[in-house]
Design a protein around this ligand. Structure first.
Ligand SMILES: Cc1cc2nc3c(=O)[nH]c(=O)nc-3n(C[C@H](O)[C@H](O)[C@H](O)COP(=O)(O)OP(=O)(O)OC[C@H]3O[C@@H](n4cnc5c(N)ncnc54)[C@H](O)[C@@H]3O)c2cc1C
Length: 386
C-alpha cells in the first residue's frame, strides 16, 4: 500500500490552490494530487468564463471575492516560478448588473453591505449607464449596480500557476482516476484508484468539482451537488463598440463581456443535471434577441464559436460547501461552487490549508460555508447568483 499525509482528489483550481497554500502554510508532509485528466479538457476551470465580482448579497461571498481580488492583483509576480511571471490576463473593466425599476431596491440593499465591507460599488442611474456603455438601450432600465474593481481573468492560467507553484514546492501530481474514497470507523483512510491501487492517507480532500458528490456518496456521505451544463458563446459584433465592456448582466440573466475584440456571452439555461458537454449553437437563438435589444450594435453579430462546461451546482443554496465532514474525521470538501468558484479559489485554498494546518480558519472565517449548515438550517441565501 502506498502512503501520503494528504491526498487531494482533483487538480483543478480548487485542488491546486489548496495544495499550494498547504505548503505555504508550512505543511511538510507528503501531498498527492490525483487528477484523472492532465489536459483538463472537461474540468470546470478550463471551461469557465473567469468573471470576478464583489457584487454579492452575503458577507461571506463578498469577503471571499474581496480577498481573492487582492491575490489576483498581485498574482503575476507572486506566483512566478524561476523568474517566469504567471500571466493570467487579469482585467478590471468593472462588473455591472443592469436593473429595472423593480430590481433596484434589492441592489440598493446589497450596496449597503458591500460598501460596509469596503467594496467601492455604486448605484448608477440610467443616464450614468451610457457613460460606461454608450450604445446601451436604457429605456426599460432604472439604473444598475456597478463595481469598477471587478472584471475577469483567464481561469486556465490561474489553475496552471497554482499547479506549477505547488509542484515546485514538492507537491506530487499523479495522473490517475480515484474510483472510491476509503474510510474506517468514522475516519478517512485513503483512496482507491481505478486500477485497484490503494493509497492510504489520514486526510483526503475532495476537490473533484462536478464529479465530487458522487465520490462522497460512495462512503455514504452525499452532498446536494449536481453537474449542471452551462454554455458560453463567442461572437463578433460587426459594428464595434466605442468602449471596453464591463462584465454586464442584463435583467434577463444574459451576460456579456469583451473577449479580445470579440464578445463572450452566456446564460443559465434551465437544464437537467448531467455530464453533458454538447454545445448547442441553436441555444443562442434565445440570447440573440435579448443581446440585440440591449446593445443595438449586436443586431448584426456573427456567432463564431462556444463551448459547454459544468457547474458543480449546489441544489440547496447555490453556494460553496467547505470544510471537514462532521461525520468523517479527515474528510474535507471544497465543492458546490455553482458558477462562482474562480473568484473564490484563493480564499478557499488558503482557508482549507489553515483548517488542516492550524485546526481553524485564520485569514477568513469560512464557517458559514460549513457542511453542517444544511442540518443546522443555517443556509447561505445569496440573491446574486448568475
Ligand atoms: C461555463 C462556466 C462558466 C463559469 N463562469 C465563472 C465565472 O465567471 N466566475 C467564477 O468565479 N466561476 C465561474 N465558473 C465556475 C468555476 O469555473 C468553477 O467553480 C471552478 O473552476 C471549480 O474548480 P474545481 O477545481 O472545483 O473543479 P474542476 O476545475 O472541474 O476540477 C476538478 C478536477 O477533478 C478531476 N477529477 C474529477 N473526478 C476525479 C477522480 N475521481 N479522480 C481524479 N480526478 C478527478 C477533474 O478531471 C477535474 O480536473 C464557471 C464554470 C463554467 C462551467
Amino acid at each position: 500500500m502506498k502512503k501520503a499525509d494528504v491526498i487531494i482528489v482533483g487538480g483543478g483550481v480548487m485542488g491546486s490552490s489548496t495544495a499550494y497554500y498547504l505548503r505555504k502554510k508550512g505543511f511538510e508532509g507528503d501531498i498527492l494530487v490525483f487528477e484523472k485528466d492532465p489536459t483538463y479538457k472537461y474540468s470546470s476551470t478550463a471551461r469557465s468564463a473567469g468573471g470576478f465580482r464583489q457584487l454579492y448579497s452575503t458577507s461571506i461571498n463578498i469577503q471571499l471575492s474581496r480577498f481573492s481580488l487582492e491575490v489576483y492583483k498581485n498574482f503575476a509576480d507572486e506566483m512566478s516560478v524561476d523568474g517566469e511571471k504567471a500571466e493570467i490576463d487579469f482585467k478590471q473593466p468593472g462588473y455591472l448588473f443592469l436593473a429595472t425599476e423593480r430590481m433596484l431596491p434589492a441592489f440598493t440593499k446589497q450596496l449597503a453591505l458591500q460598501n460596509q465591507l469596503g467594496v467601492p460599488s455604486e448605484i448608477l442611474s440610467a443616464n450614468d449607464l451610457v457613460n460606461i456603455i454608450p450604445e446601451l438601450e436604457t429605456s426599460d432600465l432604472a439604473g444598475g449596480l456597478f463595481c469598477k474593481e471587478d472584471g475577469y481573468l483567464d481561469p486556465y492560467s490561474v489553475m496552471q500557476a497554482y499547479r506549477k507553484n505547488a509542484r515546485s514546492l514538492g507537491v506530487e501530481y499523479i495522473t490517475a482516476e480515484v474510483s472510491s474514497l476509503k474510510a474506517e470507523c468514522g475516519r478517512m483512510t485513503g483512496v482507491q484508484l481505478v486500477d485497484g491501487t490503494i493509497y492510504s492517507a489520514p486526510i483526503v480532500i475532495n476537490c473533484a468539482g462536478a464529479w465530487g458528490a458522487e465520490l462522497g456518496e460512495g462512503i455514504g456521505l452525499p452532498l446536494p451537488v449536481v453537474p449542471l451544463k452551462r454554455q458560453i458563446y463567442i461572437f463578433d459584433s460587426t459594428k464595434k463598440l466605442e468602449k471596453m465592456l464591463p462584465l454586464t448582466i442584463d435583467p434577463s440573466g444574459v451576460y456579456f463581456r469583451h473577449e479580445g475584440d470579440r464578445i463572450a456571452a452566456g446564460y443559465s439555461d434551465d437544464v437537467k443535471p448531467g455530464y453533458d458537454f454538447n454545445w448547442k449553437r441553436s441555444s443562442f437563438d434565445h440570447l440573440w434577441p435579448i443581446l440585440a435589444h440591449r446593445v443595438p450594435n449586436f443586431e448584426s453579430l456573427k456567432l463564431e464559436s462556444g463551448w459547454a462546461g459544468l457547474y458543480d451546482y449546489n441544489t440547496v443554496d447555490q453556494n460553496a460547501i467547505i470544510g471537514e465532514h462532521p461525520m468523517m474525521k479527515g474528510y474535507f470538501v471544497a465543492l458546490g461552487f455553482s458558477g462562482h468558484g474562480m473568484q473564490q479559489a484563493p480564499g478557499v485554498g488558503l482557508g482549507l490549508a489553515e483548517l488542516i494546518c492550524k485546526g481553524k480558519y485564520e485569514t477568513l472565517d469560512l464557517t458559514p460555508l460549513r457542511i453542517e449548515r444544511f442540518t443546522d438550517n443555517d443556509l447561505v441565501l445569496e440573491n446574486a447568483i448568475v
